[in-house]
Design a protein around this ligand. Structure first.
Ligand code: ADP
Length: 419
């Protein structure tokens, strides 16, 4: 080995370090550099397990891989453990004579460890494992120079090891999130399914009773009907979301009169708006617009927007629903002069379960599903939906749907600022 060879080798390795994302190939390079540069028979990387009580062999030469795969080295009762606990290197010239030596690995690999040099693998003060070079060739002993080489290699291994750990944690969090998402979806499916039938019965019977009961008790039944209707809206949103998630939602496309959809939706909100003293207004230019689409789904999207506009607008406020034809699309806007949405929340409001106020403190009902359902309904038509809002001033929710004379997809980017 020339004098510069170790330095060259270490330099090559650190260049690879920045390219290396895969733990295993990089650690194999570390092992071969460690054994060659320190003239050792073998080298290995031991990683401490999460419990902290034992090591596993993270990287060993291929011919020891199978034998050492399931071997665990105790932290208390091994030279590697001593290095790990003391965060200090160890040079051991006569391993069999050293009381700290753990014989289990030698036995499993049918190997005899005579001498070793070991250094801790430390990343930002945290010891992640141990790098060992074993059996100095010939009758030579390990030296301080060997330790310097191993320490340099260990510091590079530390970076890669830490990256791998972070990746593992990220992956774990992603899996947990996917799991949670599934649980939410299952909950929605079960709850919406189980609530539908009893709710339908409550609504049916109370509506019937309201017709036949004396005036004296009508107002009580009105309360029951109104609140059951509110529950129905929530359950409907849950069921719609569930259908979409299961891929069971499909468009029943026919010619749809936008004017009629708007009028029918507005009809369902007249009482609510009047009670709250919120003025509803409709503007359609030109008189009517016909598109190819699913009237029921467009009505769901619009209902959710109008409902929010009324809910989040104080008494005395105004809600305007406007529709107009723009090139290739029909554009429907629901504008209010209500409480508005803080800028930091605006990018998230179309996410499932997102609510601006915490559900514990908020004054309004709902599950944070209305807007995500509206978005899905609009996107199923090849349309787009977005919101603009100024806190304290009001909100403007707009969706566009392809017009039947031009079914091209909504232009990308044209509205991205607000999406
Ligand atoms: P929810 O059914 O719980 O209201 P949505 O998905 O319909 O859920 O709305 C999400 C959040 O967006 C609401 O919690 C509310 O804070 C906010 N939001 C929606 N529409 C309006 C609006 N017109 N004005 C103010 N805030 C709104």
């Amino acid at each position: 080995m020339t004098e510069n060879e170790p330095i060259q080798r270490l330099l090559d390795l650190s260049r690879n370090l920045s390219l290396s994302l895969d733990l295993e190939p990089f650690l194999q390079q570390v092992l071969s550099a460690a054994s060659e540069l320190t003239s050792s028979e073998v080298a290995s990387v031991l990683e401490v397990e999460e419990s902290g009580g034992q090591f596993r062999f993270l990287a060993v030469p291929w011919f020891h891989r199978d034998a050492l795969k399931s071997v665990r080295v105790p932290v208390k009762g091994s030279i590697a453990g001593w290095v790990y606990q003391n965060v200090k290197p160890a040079l051991v010239a006569d391993v069999p004579a050293d009381g700290r030596h753990f014989k289990g690995a030698d036995q499993a690999a049918e190997f005899v460890t005579r001498s070793l040099a070991a250094v801790p693998i430390v990343y930002k003060g945290e010891t992640l494992g141990v790098l060992e070079a074993v059996n100095k060739t010939g009758s030579a002993h390990y030296t301080e120079d060997d330790l310097t080489i191993l320490e340099t290699l260990a510091s590079q291994a530390a970076v890669v090891l830490q990256n791998a750990r972070l990746m593992e944690r990220v992956q774990k969090s992603l899996n947990e999130m996917a799991q949670l998402d599934k649980m939410k979806a299952d909950f929605i499916a079960i709850a919406s399914h189980e609530l539908r039938t009893p709710l339908g019965l409550i609504l049916g019977h109370s509506t019937f009773l309201r017709e036949v009961i004396t005036d004296e008790h009508k107002s009580q039944l009105d309360i029951i009907v109104r609140n059951a209707m509110r529950l129905k809206e929530i359950v409907d949103n849950m069921a719609n979301m569930d259908n979409v998630q299961r891929g069971m939602a499909s468009l029943r496309s026919r010619s749809v009169s936008i004017k009629r959809v708007i009028e029918e939706v507005m009809d369902t909100f007249h009482d609510e708006a009047r009670e709250k003293r919120v003025t509803l207004r409709v503007e359609i230019k030109p008189e009517d617009i016909l598109i190819e689409g699913d009237a029921a789904k467009i009505a769901i999207a619009l209902s959710n927007l109008v409902k929010n506009a009324i809910v989040f607008t104080d008494s005395g406020g105004h809600v305007l629903v406007a529709a107009e034809q723009i090139p290739g699309y029909v554009k429907v806007s629901v504008m209010d002069d209500g409480i508005g949405i803080p800028a930091r929340d605006l990018p998230h409001i179309f996410e499932r379960f997102y609510q601006v106020e915490s559900h514990l403190t908020r004054r309004h009902g709902g599950m944070g599903l209305g807007l995500s359902v509206a978005r899905v309904m609009v996107e199923m038509h090849g349309g787009r939906i977005w919101a603009e809002s100024v806190e304290g001033k009001g909100s403007n929710f707009t969706f566009i749907l392809p017009h039947e004379s031009d079914q091209a997809a909504a232009p990308d980017g044209a509205f991205h600022k607000s999406l």
